[in-house]
Design a binder for this molecule. Sequence first.
Ligand SMILES: [Zn+2]
Length: 354
Amino acid sequence: MADLLSPTVALPYEEPRACVTGASAGGLRPPERGGVRGGASGSEPPPRSEKATALADKCVITCACSGVLTMKKHCPAIPYRPEEYAEECRRAYEAGAAVVHIHAREDDGSPSFRVERYGQIRDAVSAVCPILINFSTGAVGTPMEERVGHIVELRPDIGALNMGSMNFAKYSPERKAWVFDLVFQNPFKDIILLLENMNRAGVKPELECFDTGHVNSVYPLMDMGILKGPLDFSFILGVVGGIPASARHLAFQADQVPRDATWKVIGISRDQWMLVSAALSLGGHVRVGIEDNFYLPSGAMARSNGDLVGHAAEMCRAMGREPATVVEARAILSLDAYRPQDDAAPARGGEGGR
Ligand SMILES: [Zn+2]
């Protein structure tokens, strides 16, 4: 649901620059916190390719590749058909993403919760890259049973889970009117139903928090034994009705989570790049992609999700961090703790991951 606020005002379509590829040399290296990174007196600094980055400093880049409300007329790179999803996910993977967040669509671009459609998209993506797969479960007005079928039957690595209710609106200062004004209903009974299904399927929940109360809602669920750590949070900032988009508010959200939890930021529209920068500084992970924002900081529209992921990867490196590989992301997100030990389904990212 973090997708409901994708921008709809299109800038002129521009030819993009090439995607950044080969995000990481891969391979885990021992932590080097507290040590001097190269340049010790009397010795040559190691070549750049040998520079080690501790796993704790790696950044998991998630790409929200499709969204649900915006259409190709808004941004031509939005995928509708499974082969388009595959190409967009491959570009995102090659640019540095380790996880892809997917809303299924039919061939005409309309949103879909059909299990078969999600399966077609999953299979097409898996055929071209080993990126970890996160399926949406969020919708307004869709019966709960339709929102869990693809989770139970297809068992993605991660399932998105909205953690609370709120006003969910977009306001136009020019028109002095709401672009849309919804009540985003996610009562605990729905959260628990989704969680129970994810638990049975061995799917790790991504806890999507749009406001401070949503973060603190995890504690009763943990006390009930329905939600088990290590937890993974997503902080969506800047929705009208939720927590504002600022680095201070992001830091406040990050301070609320359990010590062993991971978190990432989801910035909407023009706030995205500022929030990516803040999350990188605070030690968090990031999500970019066409669902959340069409534009590079230059104002040019992304030709593909790879453009947006490539820029996020550049920002990681500029701040002394590296994009996590798929294998590293599996470890950082503790995904193996969620799959039953006797699981016959192969773990994704276990081999061949960037
Ligand atoms: Zn989404």
